[in-house]
Design a protein around this ligand. Structure first.
Ligand code: DQA
Length: 150
């Protein structure tokens, strides 16, 4: 059985749809999940889509992915900018990670311009809105096909 892509979402992303819609839009996290699953299936992959407000839980899921997933799409939300723990977990996972942000973090406050996650990720998709998750699936699928033959 092929391993899924883990799609991991950090703090406050459970509020998508009602949280600052002028920044994050009106789609809910459930909408994101459906769109990401659709795109994954078009590329012959499945997803395991999760959200937590806890940094430790994200670390545990990234480490779990090392054995159980073929790659990770990660929107670490605010922990992106603060968490050496997330960065270390990604390195330890030895998996390709595509970092996603719904908003353009470089157009926002200076503290959002640095990402610990980017330093250990395959690439970053940011500022394109919810479609970023679907684009990340496409990028990861392409990488996996080229590097792992899957
Ligand atoms: C975010 C950007 C982060 O700076 C912010 O803390 C979030 C969401 C995004 O998807 O645009 O919670 O990751």
């Amino acid at each position: 059985m092929a391993k899924p892509i883990y799609v991991l979402n950090g703090p406050t992303l459970n509020m998508l749809g009602s949280r600052e819609p002028h920044i994050y839009g009106s789609q809910t996290l459930a909408d994101e999940e459906a769109m990401t699953a659709d795109r994954a299936s078009a590329f012959g992959h499945t997803i395991d889509f999760r959200q937590t407000n806890s940094e430790g839980q994200l670390v545990d899921w990234i480490l779990e992915a090392r054995e159980k997933a073929c790659g990770i799409i990660l929107n670490g939300a605010a922990y992106t900018h603060t968490s050496v723990a997330l960065m270390d977990a990604i390195s330890a996972s030895e998996l390709p990670v595509v970092e996603v942000h719904i908003s353009n973090i470089f157009k926002r406050e200076p503290f959002r311009h640095h990402s610990y996650v980017s330093t250990v990720s395959l690439g970053v998709i940011c500022g394109l809105g919810p479609i970023g998750y679907a684009l990340a699936v496409e990028a990861l699928s392409d990488y996996l096909a080229k590097h792992l033959g899957s």
